[in-house]
Design a protein around this ligand. Sequence first.
Ligand SMILES: [Zn+2]
Length: 251
Amino acid sequence: MLKFSQSVVSGSSVLVSMFPGTFTPGDIDVYVSDVFKTSVLGFLFKNGYSRVKLVYPWIQRAEIIEVYELNNDAGQKVNVIVSVGKAVLPILRFHSTSVMNYISYHGVVVLHRLTLARIGIKNLPSDSVSSRTKQCYAKYEQRGFRILDRTEDVHVCEVDSDCLQTARSLFDKHVEHFIFPAHQAEDDCRLRQEEAGIMRWRSAAASNCAGLSAEKHGFYICDDKSRGERISYLILRYNTLSDSLTLVFEA
Ligand SMILES: [Zn+2]
């Protein structure tokens, strides 16, 4: 299903696959572009998830259109998060780097290596952390993760992967990609291009690590070829000012 619908699994269930036995996830989160929403819901119906509830996004966000909650008779739950663009787009706005991971049909992709050391850096400026998000941080700390405002290490700002000022890419050398055996002969970057042709971001907490340029705002950009050639979603200055969503059409 993940392959034909270009969807990914993300959220805490990915951490369980990386650190078995750490905790028991209550559900599985599937992220899908609205282009493939019907396919994913249809697949889950066929596989016994008959009870469906449309729940609105728990946080009003420009990149999430809808959230569906599906249950089967065994009491298992799958959440389907429908993105306005590529399935991976909402992952760039997760509350900390520790959850910026996903499982695709070809493997497990970890956007921040510190996750492997059970360290997460907050992806929100300190004045934008809600009480709900603080509860999330506490939950992950109970699960054995350290959640930090910024990396503790001495580092080169705007260069090192752990610096909040560093602009990152899905295709840079800091991404960890654990490829499933059936795809190990394939190029890792080409496999990740299944998720997005362009995926770049700077942490929303960029101001927590003031480098030379001291840019205060994060950003993320992600293409969406499913809607036509060369459409990108560019979202600027998120979390510090009101969100803005701009469609960029290239000639
Ligand atoms: Zn820095």
